[in-house]
Design a binder for this molecule. Structure first.
Ligand SMILES: NC(=O)c1ccc[n+]([C@@H]2O[C@H](COP(=O)([O-])OP(=O)(O)OC[C@H]3O[C@@H](n4cnc5c(N)ncnc54)[C@H](OP(=O)(O)O)[C@@H]3O)[C@@H](O)[C@H]2O)c1
Length: 335
């Protein structure tokens, strides 16, 4: 068994990690931490009472190093790299769920903050298993993708060579409120969100440069991406609609099926997809349709799982030489 820990265990993605690690056949949950510690996981998350009992410590680099071989950082950006640096120097495997190691330095500093661990930045592998499987098997550091980039990239990457890449890509995304983390704000307040749907950070969201950069790295083309996220009155789930212009006569579903034939966690669907069918799972469901030159691609994920914690676990499995799907949730919360 490999000893693993979660720093940020009181948060939403931390909770999802704990739920999967409790039953993981090869990982032993050996360390949990938050800012202040001095509690237990069942006290932080009453839903875990009777399921798991584990102390939660105040997070320090030395306590993580003592207890773990691999650690998940379910922390805000900036805080995450503050921990990662020392953990990597001590030889631990690190899976970071924040944005700290996802982007090239210049892009990161333009959209987030000055980077504090430049030495390790170039070592990070982007944790999208369908595209970086081999690199994930040998890395010490994983930059787990953002939730919107996960759904967008899995949907559009199979089509890049068939679309007009000189035209902008339009990405219309909708997310459940857990995407914003556990901290309450006016935007995520029940009264603001309930019976409502609205765009936030239109054309300015930080996930747009992540989408642009990964299309560039994987396909060698620079595309302009018009990205508009919306908040919807749901707890979890994310639906991304991508609109592009075709330059060839293609069968979109046939392309998707061929592209993901060996990827068990991408389900190509014959009908438009929805967030409920993927809620509680690691699946990304994708549908695509076209008219004369218009291409519509729609992908659905659970933002807390495929968009964060189960994707981080899939990367950790690969880093440790295990099968990608070990311990990943497959049964949706339906109805
Ligand atoms: N939510 C999503 O759908 C989603 C999807 C993809 C990626 N992510 C990324 O994943 C990360 C975690 O997101 P989240 O939604 O789980 O956030 P969250 O619910 O706000 O939880 C954040 C966690 O970080 C802990 N923390 C903050 N500062 C800390 C410190 N100095 N030392 C130790 N613990 C500290 C908090 O602990 P305390 O209780 O002590 O404050 C809390 O457990 C973020 O970088 C986010 O961008 C989230």
């Amino acid at each position: 068994m490999i000893r693993v820990g979660v720093v940020g265990a009181s948060g939403y993605t931390g909770l999802e990690l704990v739920k999967m690690l409790v039953t993981h056949p090869k990982f032993e949950l050996s360390y949990l931490a938050t800012t202040s510690g001095d509690t237990t996981i069942e006290a932080l998350h009453s839903s875990l009472e009777g399921v798991v009992s584990h102390p939660v410590e105040k997070a320090t680099v030395s306590s993580v190093v003592e207890a773990c071989e691999l650690v998940f950082l379910a922390l805000p950006h900036k805080t995450a790299m503050g921990f990662a640096k020392g953990l990597l120097e001590a030889g631990l495997k690190v899976v970071d769920l924040s944005a700290d190691y996802r982007l090239e330095l210049e892009t990161y500093e333009k959209h987030y903050c000055p980077h504090e661990d430049i030495a390790h930045l170039s070592q990070a592998v982007y944790g999208l298993p369908e595209y970086y499987k081999e690199a994930l098997k040998t890395t010490q550091l994983v930059a787990s993708p953002g939730c919107y980039p996960t759904a967008t990239l899995l949907g559009i990457l199979p089509f890049i060579s068939y679309i007009d890449t000189t035209a902008p890509l339009f990405v219309d995304a909708k997310s459940g409120v857990s995407g914003a983390g556990k901290k309450l704000s006016e935007t995520t307040h029940f009264v603001t969100v309930n019976d409502n749907i609205f765009a936030y950070n239109p054309l300015k969201h930080r996930h747009a440069p992540e989408i642009v950069e990964k299309i560039e790295k994987i396909h060698g083309v620079t595309m302009s991406v018009n990205f508009v996220p919306h908040l919807i009155p749901a707890t979890r789930g994310e639906l991304v609609s991508v609109y592009a212009t075709l330059k060839e006569d293609i069968d979109p579903l046939a392309i998707l099926k061929a592209h993901y034939a060996n990827d068990p966690f991408v389900r190509v669907r014959e009908r438009p997809v929805g967030i409920k069918q993927t809620a509680g799972t690691h699946f990304c469901d994708i549908f695509a349709a076209r008219n004369e030159r218009g291409l519509f691609v729609s992908s659905a994920i659970d933002n807390l799982l495929r968009g964060a914690s189960s994707q981080a676990l899939a990367a950790a499995n690969l880093m440790c030489g295990y099968e990608e799907g070990l311990g990943l949730p497959r049964i949706p919360c339906m109805p």
